[in-house]
Design a protein around this ligand. Structure first.
Ligand code: TXA
Ligand code: MG
Length: 319
């Protein structure tokens, strides 16, 4: 794949939006770092984000929207969340909030969680792109996993040329450091990641100290902050001959009797896009049928298959 380098003009912006609408991946500047953006409602596009970064696991991603009105289509804002958004958006703050029920978001964006991290970037080019696109763009930093976050279009090209559709060059990022992530729903509100918005500014507005997840004096209830979705039932992997009383999640063309199939064509990208939605569905089916275990067909451990297996091995680990 040839990665297009786009200029931040009318044609460049139109091209980015066209690529996003088609499920393409385009890196774009925010004031923190360049993000690797794809349509958050398109599971295939989100799977491609993980693939392009060679992420060995599915971390939940941040969605990017143009303003608070747009953000409210995707997430539930209580009074405190609204206050934070009004004070610091647009800007380098991401809020982790409950997902609005029924909203069009691929479950792969949140790795199956029922909360979503939302950000309204201030960078003028990011603003134009998001306004023009009109929906939510999922975007982790635009670097291969384990490498430094990119603050110029050249950094993005160094790391991801040939793996993504385009980069739009908006110059250097003003902040150069990822957004600060806050979970306002904890009591007290929790700082999940320090970043471009100073903690002091947040705490001054809140009128209190925030909890830190690693602070023994102010533990955060794990339920509020579960960083990983786990199915309710035990999970067994690499099953080729399922138990008749189990719920079977198939992969590939030879899983005729499966309750769901991650990909009939054995396409790993499709399987990744389906993973969390199907696990949720199987949990629901299990409650109705009284099944005691979810059994899963073997998944090849290549490419994005490694991230799928990482997730399944956690789900299968004894609890
Ligand atoms: O500045 C930034 O935030 C950049 C630019 C591109 O916007 N983006 C970024 O995304 O740093 P990423 O994917 O590298 O980091 C997202 C982090 C994850 O590591 C995860 O810890 C946290 O956000 N996160 C996302 N959703 C979450 C959720 N529902 N609950 C808790 N943490 C979440
Ligand atoms: Mg990152």
């Amino acid at each position: 794949m040839k990665t297009e380098l786009l200029l931040p003009d009318k044609d460049g912006i139109a091209r980015v939006v066209e690529l996003w609408r088609k499920g393409g991946l385009v890196a774009f500047p925010t004031e923190t770092v360049y993000g690797l953006g794809g349509d958050a409602s398109n599971g295939n596009a989100v799977a491609r984000i993980y693939e392009a970064k060679c992420r060995p696991s599915f971390n939940p991603l941040i969605i990017h929207v143009a303003d608070l009105a747009q953000a409210r289509k995707y997430a539930e804002f209580d009074a405190l969340a609204r206050q934070l958004a009004e004070a610091f958006w647009p800007g380098p703050l991401s809020l982790v909030l409950p997902i609005k029920p029924g909203v069009e978001l691929s479950p792969l964006v949140t790795a199956g969680l029922d909360t979503i991290a939302v950000r309204v970037p201030e960078n003028p080019l990011a603003q134009k792109l998001l306004r023009e696109f009109g929906g939510a763009i999922a975007a982790p930093s635009a670097n291969p996993s384990g490498r430094l976050s990119p603050s110029t279009a050249a950094h993005v090209m160094d790391g991801l040329a040939g793996r993504i559709d385009a980069v739009i060059n908006g110059g250097a990022c003003a902040v150069g450091l990822e957004s600060t992530i806050v979970h306002p729903g904890s009591a007290p509100p929790a700082l999940l990641r320090p970043g471009g918005l100073p903690v002091e500014a947040l705490e001054a507005m809140l009128g209190q100290k925030m909890a830190r997840p690693d602070d023994p004096d102010q533990p955060i209830s794990p339920g509020q902050l579960a960083s990983h979705y786990a199915p309710g039932l035990p999970v067994q992997r690499d099953v080729t001959a399922p138990d008749p009383h189990a719920i079977w999640l198939g992969f590939g063309p030879n899983c005729g009797a499966s309750a769901r199939n991650l990909s009939h064509n054995a396409d790993l990208r499709e399987a990744a896009a389906n993973l969390f939605g199907m696990l949720h569905e199987l949990d629901g089916m299990a409650k109705k049928s009284g099944a005691k275990v979810i059994q899963i067909a073997p998944i090849p451990n290549t490419g994005i298959g490694a991230a799928i297996n990482d997730r399944l091995s956690r789900a299968a680990a004894p609890r």
